[in-house]
Design a protein around this ligand. Structure first.
Ligand code: ZN
Ligand code: ZN
Length: 548
């Protein structure tokens, strides 16, 4: 019996490279595809108005649906699990992840009224074999509990995928990045390493999460007479746990504000990833029964999200919390690039209400979840991969990361800057670029995938306004065959007349008779667009309505 020829091993980047967000990487060998993460990204409201979130275009996986065997989750952040509600509707496959990641996924699906996923909980060190791949889950520290790096055995050798990580030697839950195991794998030989690039521009080491606890302790000590409100990411349960611990130490009760905060804490408590005495928590409804200096409110809204608990407090629009001179408000997070303007608006308004506001640039109230340069170097030194591809970063991060790897002795020709859609054939011979696969962004509005045209229309309306051209072709309206209705834009009389006349001329001249409706609409759009552009250099969205 002849030995079957080896298939190619392909690494396919569908999201998370050249961008921060919507992480999704596929590994393919023969008839097997496994997926690492299935994330979403939040849109810039100015570029994609009205869009709730964006998921990767995974047409390639839909075309190869039979091959897709499983999804492996590195951790439970939205940029790694957020596309699952959409994805699982199309391709329902088993999902492997830590207890908390799977619990977060279940919670997401429940909120979407979707069936429970085929979630399979794995522990540190577990090995799962799926088709041609053998995946080992290796503990790493990050800004969420239960994060993994993945060591994936393939027919060509080991692929090591760090996932989002930092090397925190004093993690809050005592679960360390498993450097021993990583060193062992390095010694055995790693073919390809893919590493988190988020903080490659930052020198040194990331601060330990426990340091945040110490800083908070100092702030609680200095603000004994005030009520304390702390905003943080709900998914960072170690941060929330530390805040509760400090609050209890200073004799305060804790109330949660914000739906995601309540649900994340409930999940974490249920799976025993958090613990606190039940009577240390009070419902938000009861905060007025407790003196100011005996209370700590933990809320959502660190990014200035317009609907969040903290933003509502800042704009005096919160039903239960009124901010005043007796409040110390702490923002325990750093701004995600792009959110600065909204965050400073919130900070300014909290200060206007009389609160003392403490944020990261002044105190150590936040620690990043991502490795800085020295940690990235350590990981590279332990893994000693033959080939290296940086991931989880914008182009500038990826490029800097390659420079770092080259500094560490990896020859440049054994590295590659990945781009969306890249399909890389990985073997001992090298990293070969195959024809790229289809890639892109799918916009989701109210749980439904939305045509990009619609988003462009929204953008146009927001920027330039809306113009409705009503053209009446029936004989009853011969005196006024054209009406122009505008929304969100004002036109001067002269322009309005010119627009009307141009269409009246066509309508009365019989231009539209015998034309297909779509063609007539096209003519109307074209005529008006030309006039708008030549007169005021603007292009409002034009909606032609033809009445016959
Ligand atoms: Zn993460
Ligand atoms: Zn991430």
């Amino acid at each position: 019996m002849g030995k079957k020829a080896k298939s190619k091993l392909k690494v396919i980047f569908l999201g998370g490279v050249g961008e921060i967000g919507k992480n999704m990487t596929a590994l393919e060998y023969g008839d097997d595809i496994i997926l690492i993460d299935c994330g979403m990204t939040f849109p810039d409201p100015e570029i994609n108005p009205g869009v709730d979130y964006i998921v990767p275009d995974y047409s390639y996986l839909l075309d190869n649906k039979e091959k897709v065997k499983a999804i492996f989750l590195t951790h439970g952040h939205e940029d790694h699990i957020g596309a699952l509600p959409t994805f699982l509707k199309d391709i329902p496959v088993p999902i492997y992840g830590s207890k908390i990641s799977i619990a977060f996924v279940d919670n997401k699906l429940r909120k979407n009224n979707q069936d429970e996923a085929d979630g399979r909980v794995v522990d540190d060190g577990d090995v799962i074999e799926v088709g041609a791949f053998k995946v080992e889950f290796i503990a790493v520290t990050h800004s969420i509990a239960g994060a993994f790096a993945l060591a994936i055995e393939t027919p060509y050798g080991m692929i090591f995928y760090t996932g989002d990580f930092k090397i925190d030697h004093t993690p809050v839950d005592g679960r360390h990045t498993d450097l021993t195991r990583i060193a062992e794998l390095g010694k055995k030989g790693v073919l390809l390493m893919m590493q988190d690039s988020t903080n490659v521009e930052r020198a040194g080491y990331t601060m330990s999460e426990s340091q945040v606890g110490k800083s908070l302790d100092n702030i609680f000590n200095d603000n004994r007479n005030n009520r304390i409100v702390i905003a943080t990411f709900a998914s960072n349960i170690h941060r929330v746990q530390q805040i509760i611990n400090v609050a209890i130490k200073y004799g305060r009760r804790v109330a949660f504000s914000g739906r995601s905060m309540e649900s994340m804490v409930e999940i974490a408590k249920k799976i025993r990833a958090m613990s606190y005495p039940e009577d240390s928590i009070i419902p938000l409804d009861k905060i007025n029964e407790i003196p100011y200096d005996r209370l700590c409110i933990i809320s959502t809204g660190t990014q200035g999200e317009h609907d969040s608990a903290l933003t509502r407090m800042a704009f005096n629009d919160h039903r239960k919390v009124v901010i005043g001179d007796n409040d110390t408000v702490i923002l325990s997070a750093s701004p995600i690039p792009g959110n600065e303007r909204s965050i400073y608006k919130v900070i300014n308004n909290l200060a206007k209400q009389g609160a003392k506001v403490i944020y990261e640039s002044l105190y150590e109230v936040h620690a990043s979840g991502h490795a800085c340069r020295e940690e990235l170097k350590l990981m590279l030194a332990l893994v000693k991969p033959k080939y290296f591809i940086p991931v989880h970063g914008e182009y500038r991060h990826l490029k800097k990361h390659i420079e770092l790897a080259v500094e560490m002795g990896i020859p440049k020709q054994r590295t590659l800057i990945p781009e969306l859609g890249f399909c890389i054939d990985v073997s001992k011979k090298g990293l070969l670029q195959e024809t790229p696969v289809k890639w892109g962004s799918t916009m989701v509005v109210d749980g439904l995938e939305t045509d990009y045209e619609q988003v462009l229309d929204r953008r146009k309306i927001a920027a330039e306004g809306l113009v409705i051209a009503l053209v009446k072709l029936d004989s009853a309206h011969q005196d006024s065959p054209v009406e122009i209705i505008t929304k969100g834009t004002t036109l001067d009389e002269k322009l309005l007349d010119e627009l009307k006349e141009s269409l009246e001329y066509k309508a009365s001249g019989g231009d539209f008779y015998g034309m297909y409706r779509e063609d007539a609409e096209k003519v109307i759009r074209k005529t008006l667009t030309r006039i708008f552009y030549s007169r005021i250099k603007r292009c409002p969205l034009i909606v032609p309505i033809i009445v016959e």
